[in-house]
Ligand binder design. Structure first.
Ligand code: NCD
Ligand code: ZN
Length: 350
């Protein structure tokens, strides 16, 4: 590091545009991990059973607020889980009452708790039209579920066969292509218009598929969409550090207790909230892009969602390498925190 490289950095308090908080004991264990650094988060609705109606989203938001540590200033931005039975009138009412900020599309069977997702897009056409009309974004888990399609190709095939036709059919619909993992997705989003954005996770900036599979299987690096080849990680990372407005941070922090990860059939999901801001800051520093960190973490997301950026500022301070926090103890068992594989030096002051 040169003598002139910054050791403090002030930016607007960031938001997390894709987060899993779960419920019950897990919610209580992880809510504060996000609230420590982030002002707001788009909270995923894939509970069991899923959050499908406005009243369920309102009740879930209340449980999240109740799980926050004393004095935490954190606003959950709620989503509804799109099913073939979603009622356009209920969705419109929930959006107009500011109870929900987005709707989540899981292709049926694509990932954890997605069995109630969409099989036949014709059945959700009315709902999507309503969303386009009122400007409510659709957050998309962009993977096909066809067993014939290789797991490493599922994002690229989704873009060609589902996302692009959907956007041509309803160009007024705002779409966030979530947790992008491929060069294909980066290029598609760049070529799109202002109704298209993409979130990028911590892990997809840092790991490729070798990290999961070489030298023994590493279940804590397994998430969906699964990390791809190195050339894809490089493309995704270049998009993030570019500061371009289409790309913004969404951790996809997705806690599963260790026995569910370290299993003959391990769950998909990396829990990263605890180290997310420090790890992304380190990535931007490694790439000489600290001047674009605020765009990615704090500005591009609210601009896409049509929300104001946070007024509060935080200061990040660079210091000695910090020990990785390892695991969190929950009443139901241990939860492993994503390990970026390099030391973290930045922490929020105060
Ligand atoms: C998420 C989860 O565990 O809820 N898992 C993951 O690997 N990302 C679901 C999801 O967002 O795909
Ligand atoms: Zn997710």
């Amino acid at each position: 590091m040169s003598a002139t490289a910054p050791t403090t950095l002030t930016l607007r308090r960031p938001d997390d545009w894709h987060l899993h908080l779960r419920d019950g004991n897990m919610l209580k264990a992880v809510a504060g991990e996000t609230a420590r650094d982030f002002a707001r988060a788009i909270v995923m609705p894939n509970l069991v059973p899923p959050v499908v109606r406005g009243e369920q989203a309102a009740a879930y938001a209340a449980r999240i607020r109740a799980a926050l540590p004393e004095g935490a200033a954190f606003t959950p931005l709620m989503t509804l889980y799109l099913t073939e039975e979603t009622d356009p009138a209920d969705l419109r009412a929930a959006a107009e009452a500011n109870i929900v900020q987005a709707v989540k599309l899981y292709p049926a069977g694509a990932t954890t708790n997605s069995a109630s997702g969409v099989r036949d897009f014709a059945k959700v056409r009315k709902v999507l039209e309503t969303m386009a009309e009122i400007g409510l974004p659709l957050c998309v888990h962009g993977e096909v579920t066809d067993p014939e399609v290789d797991i490493f190709d599922r994002e690229a095939v989704f873009i060609d066969t589902i996302l692009d036709p959907l956007r041509r059919d309803l160009p007024e619909l705002k779409v966030v292509l979530e947790h992008i993992t491929t060069r294909d997705a980066v290029e598609y989003v760049r070529a799109g218009d202002d109704n298209l954005g993409a979130t990028i996770t911590v892990q997809h900036l840092i790991i490729n598929r070798n990290h999961i599979l070489v030298g023994g299987i590493k279940p804590h690096y397994y998430c969906l969409p699964v990390a791809k080849r190195e050339e894809h990680r490089v493309a995704v990372r270049a998009a993030a550090v570019s500061g371009e407005k289409r790309f913004f941070f969404g951790s996809d922090s997705a806690p599963h207790l260790d026995p569910a990860k370290e299993s003959a059939c391990g769950c998909a999901g990396c829990f990263s909230s605890t180290i997310a801001l420090a790890a992304v800051t380190e990535v931007f520093e490694q790439d000489g892009a600290l001047d674009r960190l605020e765009a990615f973490m704090s500005l591009n997301g609210p601009a896409f969602y049509g929300l104001p950026a946070n007024e509060e500022r935080i200061t990040l301070v660079k210091g000695e390498a910090q020990a990785h926090p390892g695991k969190i103890a929950t009443p139901d068992g241990m939860l492993t925190i994503f390990d970026p594989g390099f030391p973290l030096h930045w922490r929020v002051e105060g």
